[in-house]
Ligand binder design. Structure first.
Ligand SMILES: CC(C)(COP(=O)(O)OP(=O)(O)OC[C@H]1O[C@@H](n2cnc3c(N)ncnc32)[C@H](O)[C@@H]1OP(=O)(O)O)[C@@H](O)C(=O)NCCC(=O)NCCS
Length: 376
């Protein structure tokens, strides 16, 4: 009998060549390349190629990959109507999950899950998901839809569809870097969800829909929205100390801190912190950055000894706010990027599949009597 690990902590569930994490040292690599190298030098499109092919593309390959991805921005015929009939009050993560699922209804061959078909479907969904989010957001704001521009890279095109104007190069680059930093992260809960679903030889749509549902949780991708709520709740820099100490005393979790794997500062948080500081200065949000930094100092003083440091969600909140994104779009942004990682894992799983089927440690009674209903 193997050991029981609550929450599967420390359990190795499959092999992967995509990302490597050293939680003690705070290291993250995609296919061996340190995340800081990629966030400084790569683009999201190139990073997706890397994750799906386990190598960097040559110039012509990158151009071709970008061209193919941009050709996928357009939604299937009739899909726009589906978005326009989604209640404006729906939460964006619920809209994204339901609408990614609905894409399968427009696919004449949704179940094809040989690796090549799964790769084509993944590319299509990666291209279409930003259109879904931007259309839904404009629909709920009562604004006319802005159709995708296939001449624009992923990040530029999304901000263009959302805001109706092309982003400045600084904003587009900042958003692209966020996309790189969130693209993959080992066997996190949503990635595991995607792999579990595809391991039944179900379909890419089902696997990605399940993954989006997992990501929404406040212990996972939903934490970035929690961070922003917290920053909004703290009225001033002076109020940070009593606010955080109160939470610690009440044993409440502080969103954006702690990680199942990292017991040092998440390297993505280091990159995002730089980005947040710069964008906060550029956009007049220095108060937000100052509050974040104060929280980090207090948390370091109080909880670093327990291995609790900022994670990816902590500074992504300020970064997304400075880019001009509404609070309830923060987690969908995580999803747009992580679709790359989920899809790569689906492809890895399909290439060498074995059904995931763990066991539960049964702790209930045995040989219990069946009591007739009138005697219970
Ligand atoms: C990410 C997370 C779920 C990992 O959790 P985990 O590995 O299951 O660890 P636990 O929740 O069991 O926490 C272990 C201990 O650290 C404490 N802790 C963990 N994260 C904490 C946080 N953000 N704030 C305060 N205390 C925290 C727990 O209270 C617990 O303390 P205890 O041993 O005294 O009971 C957890 O750190 C968390 O809830 N963080 C906040 C949400 C978040 O930012 N999620 C995004 C992750 S990228």
């Amino acid at each position: 009998m193997t050991e029981f690990a609550k929450g599967l902590e420390g359990v190795i569930a499959a092999e992967s060549k995509m990302s490597f994490i050293d939680g003690q040292k705070g290291v993250l690599e995609y296919v061996g390349i340190p995340i800081g190298e990629l966030s400084g030098k790569s683009t999201f499109e190139e990073t997706v190629f890397l994750l799906w092919n386990f190598r960097l593309p040559k110039r012509a390959e990158l151009d071709e990959f970008g061209r193919r991805l941009r050709a996928c921005y357009t939604l299937p015929d009739g899909f726009e109507q589906r978005i326009l009939s989604t209640p404006k009050t729906a939460q964006p993560m619920h809209a994204l999950r339901s609408l990614v699922s609905a894409l399968s209804l427009h696919d004449p061959n949704p179940n094809a899950n040989d690796v090549d078909s799964a790769r084509d479907k993944s590319l299509k969904i990666l291209g279409q998901a930003p259109t879904i989010v931007a259309y839904f957001d404009r629909h709920r704001r009562g604004l006319p839809l802005v159709h995708p521009d296939p001449s624009l890279p992923f990040a530029d095109n999304f901000l263009y569809m959302l805001n109706g104007e092309k982003p400045t190069p600084t904003m587009a680059r900042a958003f692209d870097v966020c996309m790189i930093l969130h693209a993959d992260h080992g066997f996190n809960n949503s990635t595991f969800t995607a792999r579990v679903i595809i391991s039944t030889l179900s379909d890419v749509y089902s696997a990605l829909t399940g993954a989006i549902g997992s990501l929404r949780g406040p212990l996972h991708g939903g934490a970035n929205e929690g961070v922003m709520h917290m920053l909004n709740e703290i009225p001033s820099l002076d109020a940070v100390e009593p606010y955080i100490m109160g939470k610690i005393e009440r044993k409440e979790k502080i969103m954006g801190f702690g990680h199942r794997v990292y017991k040092a500062k998440d390297p993505r948080a280091t990159d995002l912190q730089k980005l947040a500081r710069q964008l906060a200065e550029d956009t007049g949000n220095t108060d937000l950055y100052a509050k974040s930094q104060r929280i980090e100092e207090i948390m370091a003083r109080e909880l670093a000894a327990k291995g609790i440091y900022p994670n990816v969600d902590f500074y992504s909140a300020t970064t997304y706010h400075c880019i001009g994104l509404k609070l309830d779009l923060f987690t969908p942004m995580f999803a747009l990027s992580r679709l790359a990682g989920w899809s790569g894992h689906i492809l890895e799983q399909l290439a060498d599949n074995r059904l995931f089927r763990p066991k539960a440690l049964y702790v209930g009674p045995h040989d219990a009597p069946y009591v007739p209903i009138e005697k219970r």
